[in-house]
Design a protein around this ligand. Sequence first.
Ligand code: FAD
Ligand code: NAI
Length: 462
Amino acid sequence: MASYDVIIIGSGPGGYVCAIRCAQLGLKTAVVEGRDTLGGTCLNVGCIPSKALLHATHMLHEAEHNFATMGLKGKSPSVDWKQMLAYKADTIAQNTKGIEFLFKKNKIDWLKGWGTIPEQGRVKVGDEMHEAKHIIIATGSEASSLPGVEIDEKTVVTSTGALELSKIPKKLVVIGAGVIGLEMGSVYARLGAEVTVVEFLDQITPGMDVEVQKSFQKILKKQGLNFVMGAAVQGVETLKTKAKVTYKLRKDDSEETIDADVVLVATGRKPFTDGLGLEALGIEMADRGQIKTDGQWRTNVDGIHAIGDCIAGPMLAHKAEDEGMAVAEVIAGKHGHVNYGVIPGVIYTHPEVAAVGATEAMLKDEGRAYKIGKFSFMGNGRAKANFAGDGFVKILADKETDRILGAHIIGPMAGDLIHEICVAMEFGASAEDLALTCHAHPTYSEAVREAALACGDGPIHS
Ligand code: FAD
Ligand code: NAI
């Protein structure tokens, strides 16, 4: 029986990052992974493939809409879908092989197969039993389904099927106006599909800043996405190669149907812990299937930790990674910490949407006095030159102390711009600290500085 300091189950961003940190800290480490490749949901069927398709289709959109204006004349590119999928597959392979290389470099063993935990300190993979002082569960999540909706990953798909469609659908219905629905909806709208998003609530991207939600929906509508809001999906009927989606409008209970070549079900994800044997071990679970952990990612069973999508908190790759690093530090007897107040969230549409920290709704709930500094990308020279004037930066700061409490950006490179504010928040900076920092011209980042200036005496360019 092989013996390890740490065995991690799952090689997603939580598991693989944790393994590398454990190895760096001198712990003998193995990772159990049942997929054929390392990297989990994120690298195989999540973050990376979706961003490859978003990038390719954004290029197409630029060629179709903006090239001629810049004097770049000629035929727009035509779409070779097979080649686009091959580019996506190659991007995945480069990333998953990269993790394999890092495992070898750090002397981490990959135990291939699906793992179970038959008892404390033991992990079974196939017929092999392994011993570990510490076990870390990093088994991630899976798409959740709706009652009355049967997924076949061909006509009725989750994000996994949507990343691998045999052809571009003429009509795509997306159930759920969350992150997956809007990213994948954008991909197919840019490829010429008629995309209709059916959402239960009255606004898209629940939990986001309300002004961002409104502006975002308006921009997406301009890009050709249709929205049916306040609609509860009742069921999806598949008819050979087509499907019919039935929904009830919440305002008057009227029932309507819509036809589709493909239906993408994007109504959230749930923790994946099947087959681990958690019940027999007596591991405490929360109502929504997450493994319960304390502030140091310990479960109620000694020597068993859990991180990433299978525990509470936002289901994001970087949140899983941070927990992976922190739990490794804790196990090695060091100090591991994750600041859950400063975890950015990004939607990789065009424009991008990014947020960190509190929303106005949260601050109002807390009864906290705050001020708002806002700046439109219309006032940013770089954005204007690049057809990226849609959107704004909004910074929320404490009314008394000027300390930054949150930020919400819709606009070009929002997913990169947000990190300046994350760092500022980690250092407890005020809006004035950002406003007094010299920002290079002409950059999108100047819009962040202008929003910070707007928290004080006012921005320059509006
Ligand atoms: P996972 O990445 O889910 O990895 C868990 C791994 O454990 C899997 O490989 C699984 O095979 C393995 N496993 C499970 N059980 C066992 C077992 N018993 N034995 C062996 N192996 C097992 N997040 C972002 O931050 N940015 C994005 O842009 C983004 N885009 C996304 C796009 C899509 C379409 C999807 C679906 C998700 C996206 N996410 C994104 C979310 C992100 O993928 C997850 O938050 C992240 O992968 C969670 O990491 P994890 O390590 O907790 O689990
Ligand atoms: P989500 O939670 O973001 O959105 C689900 C949407 O579906 C919500 O708007 C919800 O109101 C709606 N909905 C639920 N039931 C419905 C019904 N019966 N009818 C109509 N609408 C309904 O979930 P999503 O988009 O599936 O993403 C899952 C997770 O994956 C997210 O938590 C996200 O964090 C992660 N992810 C992150 C990405 C990123 O960081 N860029 C990209 C893709 C996924």
